[in-house]
Design a protein around this ligand. Structure first.
Ligand code: COA
Length: 175
């Protein structure tokens, strides 16, 4: 794992979480149980703090950071799609952040809030619970329905299983 202590601050990684060997986790980072941190992802708690709940999927090449002395907070069962940037903001439980999206400083994505692929949630912008936003700057286009919640609950469980069972037990470096 690419997990680094920095100036005496050591990441705490919860039971059943899997940090890929080519991911980087630095400093004041707390991560709960059964989180997945994919190849190339960077979680930097060097001069700021990053708090991550249980069952969070941090897919490949995601960047998570916080401003000096400030904090990024990620709730439980949040999905952060490939290449997204999460900076000094709050993502509440079950949020889904689309591939390549940016969530900027002091923004907040509510419980089951959805950010579309490539969207920019601007500085201090609030996405209410269960709302879907897309575009640059992000605009709300509707709310999730029960079917969306059901489907994404399954996807989220797949990542928890990858982290807690499949990757640690079956991944084999062959080259
Ligand atoms: C964002 C999301 C909920 C939209 O799905 P949807 O509600 O079925 O939306 P639709 O495809 O019906 O599109 C609704 C409108 O939003 C627009 N839209 C959808 N996704 C968009 C995007 N990423 N950027 C800009 N506009 C978008 C559509 O063009 C459409 O506009 P129109 O009504 O003017 O024609 C869905 O694409 C999603 O879940 N994305 C996240 C996927 C992801 O990255 N997962 C993480 C990696 S596994």
């Amino acid at each position: 794992m690419g997990v680094y202590k920095f100036e005496g601050k050591e990441p705490v990684i919860g039971e059943g979480s899997y940090v890929f060997e080519t991911a980087t986790v630095v400093g004041d980072v707390t991560m709960g149980k059964e989180c997945y941190v994919g190849p190339g992802a960077v979680v930097r708690g060097d001069y700021g703090t990053v708090r991550i709940g249980d069952g969070v999927a941090i897919e490949e090449n995601v960047v998570i950071h916080a401003r000096p002395g400030e904090i990024t907070v990620i709730g439980n069962h949040v999905t952060i799609g490939h290449c997204a940037v999460i900076h000094n903001c709050t993502l509440k439980d079950y949020a889904v952040i689309g591939m390549g999206a940016v969530v900027s400083d002091y923004a907040e994505v509510g419980v089951w809030g959805v950010v579309g692929e490539g969207a920019v949630v601007r500085n201090k912008q609030q996405i209410p619970d269960r709302n879907i936003c897309v575009g640059i700057p992000a605009k709300i286009i509707g709310q999730i329905n029960d079917q969306y919640e059901e489907q994404w609950t399954k996807f989220k469980k797949i990542y928890n299983d990858l982290a807690a069972n499949k990757y640690p037990n079956t991944l084999e470096k062959i080259g």
